[in-house]
Design a protein around this ligand. Structure first.
Ligand code: ZN
Length: 692
């Protein structure tokens, strides 16, 4: 392993490692053009060394522990490590390759050990505890008090109070768990991007597909060295239109099977055993830390506080949503019977027949909408909304280094022209990019030596690619996804606060509120008029189509809510286990779904073996947070609506201040109440989804 670590350092070719100093680029964005793969490992090693030295200095300080010499010093430690981590882990998601994957595997135990070395450092904890114990008499302001309390709690939650023997056990568990998460992600990437494709050589099998979809599949075929054929992959922009429009039912089944069998094919990328191990080890970890389940451990830190509260919340929504989905199913079965189909609708038919309903009942054809949603128009639309709410502006930059040629960069400025931050936008699927959409930062907003550090945010999507003849035309789902991720970016851009631990740091069931909140504007008529313009003629979207979008807001909401809730409940079930066992994951999933009465025509949005949120990422016992946050976002938007002005400046300023800029200053619900002046109500959400 160590052989590869420093192989980039050849004495004859002395070059500076760009991570070792502050970036010398405009706005201190990462110098992607100067970073070599061989720079990462040495930077991680040096970063760890530096942070260890910083912590040694805190621990060996002979002065009595106080806020500045202990809490603040710790809060500011690890700068180099943060700098390299942000670049490396962002690229390993968005632009990975075998080399980066190898480094990630080598790093996993090293970083896991380093984090544990800090979390389980007894002397450091004793100093933090000393400050914590005397916090009320130490003359600290509210924010300092909060930082002290947060750190104290972090250490407790990470095992600082455990015996040395149990600490060792915990270290081993953390190390194994981080490696298993990587394995899960790598398997899933291979199962999504490599192990399956639907190759069509007979033109008749394209029946029903809109021209744009056919063109896209031809391009994909060309890229994969199969010019003249048509290739569909398991990335959503490729698969979903196929499921929506392809008349060939067998092929629909083939591609959907490809999708829902990912990680469950008994090949070398099978995830079943990995999941069973993760579930088992997480429970062990939770018990070690004094919790009865992993869910109890996770949710303890959230707004919800207990798994029982989450389960209760999900069960209520489930009861409201399942009958709506069953009604949708019955309607579609009628169409099949009417057409003399003589078969029962299966899960791979849902998109096809719901698209027919979309057309018949709402007379809305997704391909009729698409010309109005070119990616550049949607982007301008979301910029416009932010401008009208908060006064901020966006200027495209062409002088900043990017990590991939299609990535665009923008400078974000306050209404008065002062700098606010940088935004990277990365739009299209690639082989080295995982599925989904997400928002991260290369640099979080903060303070350094009394000066503001400006954020560098990054939004990554997997949107429909342009073809030779048409620009990227987004589906409605892709449009709202872009608004969503941009909402996260705004949270990051507006974040204020002096301390790393608290600035912009919100509980997991708050995180999705700012993003979902921002989605609300995408479908408002006056907003649509401004951005949804035909990419050929420049004509704004006609009122008739806007009316249809509004009418179809309730379309398929039973299905969407049910598939989402099913996945959330599956997540809570896995992590709610209280007795260690070797779980047979297929049986477990089956039992969990039978228990709630999920109909076989709907699969959970993520089945076990490709549930990356909870087994590859950080959403374990936390997939529920989207709908928890949806209660907040629907209620918050309702506040704007009820003033009769969706651009109400006074409310926008309040939202920016309490819910975004100062979001980490107090508990999530407290911040929300400061904005809203009252508790959130669940009614706006139920109404929005037609569940009430
Ligand atoms: Zn999100």
């Amino acid at each position: 392993m160590s052989m590869l670590l420093f192989s980039g350092f050849k004495p004859e070719k002395k070059r500076d490692n760009p991570f070792f100093t502050e970036f010398k680029t405009p706005f201190q964005v990462p110098p992607f053009d100067k970073i070599d793969t061989t720079d990462y490992m040495p930077a991680f090693m040096e970063g760890i060394k530096q942070q260890n030295a910083e912590i040694e200095a805190i621990v060996n300080n002979s002065a009595t522990p106080d806020f500045t010499n202990t809490i603040l010093a710790f809060d500011k430690s690890g700068k180099l490590l943060t700098r390299v981590s942000k670049v490396f882990y962002n690229l390993n998601e968005a632009e990975t390759n075998k080399q980066l994957q190898l480094i990630a595997r080598q790093l996993s135990p090293v970083v896991s050990k380093h984090n544990d070395d800090i979390a389980l450092n007894e002397k450091l904890f004793m100093r933090i505890k000393a400050v914590y114990d005397r916090r009320k008499v130490m003359n600290m302001d509210d924010q300092q008090l909060r930082v002290v309390e947060k750190y104290f709690r972090d250490f407790e939650r990470q095992g600082a109070n455990l015996s040395p023997e149990k600490k060792d056990q915990l270290r081993k568990l953390n190390e194994e768990l981080s490696m298993l998460a990587l394995t899960f992600g790598e398997n899933l990437l291979a199962e999504t991007n490599e192990n399956f494709k639907l190759v069509i050589s007979d033109k008749n099998n394209l029946d029903g597909l809109p021209q744009g979809v056919v063109d896209g599949a031809a391009e994909t075929a060309k890229e994969k060295g199969m010019a003249g054929k048509w290739v569909f992959t398991l990335s959503k922009p490729s698969m979903i239109p196929f499921l929506q429009y392809a008349k060939n039912r067998d092929l629909r089944e083939q591609i959907y099977r490809g999708y829902f069998m990912r990680g469950n094919n008994g090949n070398k990328n099978d995830n079943k055993e990995t999941v069973a191990k993760i579930v088992k080890l997480r429970l062990e970890k939770a018990r070690l830390l004094g919790f009865e389940s992993y869910a109890a451990y996770v949710v303890d830190d959230n707004m919800a506080k207990t798994p029982a509260k989450v389960n209760d919340f999900l069960a209520k929504l489930w009861t409201a949503a399942l009958p709506v989905a069953e009604k949708e199913l019955a309607e579609m079965q009628k169409i099949i019977d009417r057409e003399g189909g003589k078969f029962k609708l299966q899960s791979w038919d849902w998109w096809y027949y719901s698209e027919i309903i979309h057309k018949e009942k709402y007379s809305l054809d997704e391909s009729e909408l698409k010309p109005y949603f070119s990616l550049s128009n949607v982007r301008e639309g979301m910029f416009l909304v932010a401008n009208r709410l908060y006064g901020i502006t966006f200027t495209k930059r062409t002088d900043l280094p990017v990590f991939q040629k299609d990535v665009e960069t923008f400078e974000v400025k306050e209404a008065n022209g002062s700098h606010l931050g940088i935004l990277y936008l990365d739009y299209y699927p690639r082989d080295g990019k995982r599925g989904g959409a997400w928002c991260t930062d290369f640099q979080a907003a903060g303070w350094e030596n009394g000066k503001k550090v400006y954020p560098v945010m990054s939004v990554t999507c997997n949107a429909t690619k342009p073809t030779a003849d048409t620009p990227s035309l987004l589906s409605w789902d892709e449009t709202t996804t872009l608004f969503h991720e941009f909402g996260h970016a705004l949270h990051g851009l507006f974040t204020e606060g002096k301390y790393t631990r608290t600035a912009g740091n919100v509980p997991q069931d708050y995180v999705e509120m700012p993003s979902q909140f921002n989605e609300n504007w995408a479908g408002e008529p006056e907003v649509l008029k401004a951005y949804a313009k035909n990419y050929k003629t420049g004509e704004p979207i006609p009122d008739k189509l806007i009316g249809k979008i509004q009418n179809s807001a309730l379309f398929n909401q039973g299905f969407e809510t049910v598939e989402y809730l099913a996945a959330s409940i599956l997540d809570m079930d896995y992590h709610g286990l209280t007795t260690p066992a070797d779980v047979d994951v297929l049986k477990f999933e089956n039992d969990a779904m039978n228990k709630i009465g999920l109909i076989p025509e709907i699969l959970p949005r993520y089945r076990t073996t490709y549930f990356a949120h909870i087994f590859g990422g950080g959403y374990a016992a936390g997939y529920y947070v989207y709908i928890w946050a949806a209660v907040l976002d629907a209620d918050a938007f309702n506040a704007f609506k009820s003033t009769g002005d969706i651009f109400n400046k006074e409310l926008a300023a309040k939202f920016r201040k309490y819910c975004l800029a100062e979001s980490g200053d107090d508990e999530g619900m407290v911040q929300y109440r400061k904005f809203r002046g009252q508790d959130p109500s669940v009614d706006p959400l139920l109404k929005r989804r037609g569940l009430k």
